[in-house]
Design a protein around this ligand. Sequence first.
Ligand SMILES: O=P(O)(O)O[C@H]1[C@H](O)[C@@H](O)[C@H](O)[C@@H](O)[C@@H]1O
Ligand SMILES: [Mg+2]
Ligand SMILES: [Mg+2]
Length: 280
Amino acid sequence: MADLWQNAMDHAVALARTAGAVVREALQDERKVMMKSSSVDLVTQTDQKVEQLIIQSVKDKFPTHRFIGEESVAAGEACVLTDSPTWIIDPIDGTTNFVHGYPFVAISIGFAVNKQLEFGVVYSCVEDKMFTARRGKGAFCNGRPLQVSDQKEISQSIVATEFGSIRDPETVDKVLSSMRKILCIPVHGIRGAGTAAVNMCHVACGCVDAYYEIGIHVWDVAAAAVIVSEAGGVLMDVTGGQLDLMSRRVLAASSRSIGERISREIEAFAPVRDDAPPPQ
Ligand SMILES: O=P(O)(O)O[C@H]1[C@H](O)[C@@H](O)[C@H](O)[C@@H](O)[C@@H]1O
Ligand SMILES: [Mg+2]
Ligand SMILES: [Mg+2]
């Protein structure tokens, strides 16, 4: 049976590659940095340019499709997932890395229909790694199949997480407390690429056994969630419960046992949801 969404996925891969070239080009120039919710929540004209490039191209080809784009939401668009075919776009995941020239910078394009993720494309453009996955058809990096690790021992695992952009002392204490408890299990180590999407692709590759973070957004994780699950991994809430894409919390792991073991050490908190109504 013809795959209804393969055409859209092929377009997403082409767009991610084009956008990656724009980002690599911008890395050679002076980057104009702007702030969003705080002095550590950054955006550049390249983020905005790439998002508009992707959205306009999709609108031309699929005029009835809808969008959740990081910078469109920042500009006031609603963050609502309906049953319509929806493109969930992070034009640059790892903007802080981009600003500093730290070499993990990704374009993330997820796609959902009837609120079910159908495909994910994450292009880590500095290292030229195109991660792709179509629901039910496997996950790949530059065309090579991906498989999560078969690590079952938490004490022999590597865990990825990030400090994130929420920096009030009470939240930072919770973030550090979770890291401390996980380190003291002990695990082999904690890593962070500086981009949720690349961290999750590292889970899919099997070089990281789990990644968790509180404070991410739906556009950070939608595409990579398909890649992790198609590589044989599991997605859950940081409490071990069901993943809620709009909750701003994610735990991706090579197995449910590893994920649930890590969830026991996480001091959970609940940021304002992506789909929360705007403040009156
Ligand atoms: O780089 P962006 O798209 O803003 O996403 C990152 C976010 O800003 C950070 O706070 C998170 O820790 C990262 O995981 C996101 O990738
Ligand atoms: Mg992001
Ligand atoms: Mg971004």
